[in-house]
Ligand binder design. Structure first.
Ligand code: SAH
Length: 248
């Protein structure tokens, strides 16, 4: 079981698989006022940087679930590197429908809301693993400005314009679901550049080392087109943030 191999290749060198810089991730940890010993569940935990760095900085305990074998392995290594392997655990597996045995103070899905079939479904899934009064964390894209055509939305790698909302609409939708938004930390262009541009050097090095691989053609095409596509579309139209929610 794994995610499509192309993502494991493109993001093999990423520690954070979203448009956050390490500073933004640290800001999110700080603004949540995490108490030592607080337990955090993270569905789609990637290479584990959120749980590992918060365990180091705030003394939380954590459980991450991720379908990428490579990222899950990197997460375990990172926990050892940061000296928090006794406080965080990572499961390689499908998080669809995942309900944790231990209820969490914070239940997160940061950049993987397809796990619950969208934002509303993911909030409902996370709530099943949450202590009463706990915080749901959702990391999700939003439109900085609405794309004028469906073609432009697709060039942002969205399925359609309707896949995402403007920020005020996204915030209103959390309210409509019965949640207070109690914090948010938004990514900026620098973070987007780190997330996207870091893939380019990874792809170039991978191509140099794997010229005969069955994915070499696809990676070559992506490396050639991605910088201009990203600068023209994603960088102009797409925002990203993490939203902290508490049930009303
Ligand atoms: N939250 C992490 C990773 C975000 S990228 C971070 O911010 O760094 C999306 C992640 O979802 C990837 O790590 C991918 O492997 C994982 N993923 C995709 N489908 C999944 C599924 N069905 N179950 C668990 N993880 C999944």
């Amino acid at each position: 079981m794994d995610i499509p191999r192309i993502f494991n290749i493109m993001e093999s060198a990423h520690r954070i698989h979203n448009p956050y810089t390490p500073e933004k991730l640290a800001t999110l940890g700080a603004v949540l006022r995490l108490a030592p010993g607080a337990h955090v569940l993270d569905l789609g935990s990637g290479s584990g940087e959120m749980l590992c760095s918060w365990a180091r900085d705030h003394g939380i305990t954590g459980l991450g679930v991720d379908m990428s074998a490579l990222f899950s392995e990197q997460a375990k290594r990172r926990a050892e590197e940061l000296g928090v392997a006794d406080r965080v655990a990572f499961i390689h597996g499908d998080a669809v429908g995942y309900v944790a045995a231990e209820k969490a103070d914070i239940a997160a899905c940061v950049g993987a809301t397809w796990i619950g079939g969208g934002v509303a479904g993911t909030i409902a899934l996370l709530t099943q693993s949450l202590k009463p009064g706990g915080i749901v964390l959702i990391g999700e894209p939003y439109w900085l400005k609405r794309p004028p055509t469906e073609e432009i939305a697709k060039s942002c790698l969205a399925g359609s314009i309707a896949d995402f909302q403007l920020l005020p609409e996204l915030l209103a939708s959390f309210g409509d679901l019965g949640y207070d938004i109690v914090e948010m930390v938004l990514a900026d262009s620098e973070g987007w550049d780190r997330y996207e541009a870091a893939k380019w050097l990874t792809m170039r090095r991978w191509l140099d080392e794997n010229p005969g691989d069955e994915l070499a053609g696809e990676i070559r095409a992506r490396l050639t087109s991605e910088p201009v596509r990203y600068a023209t579309y994603t960088r102009e139209y797409l925002g990203w943030g993490t939203f902290a929610l508490m049930a009303r």
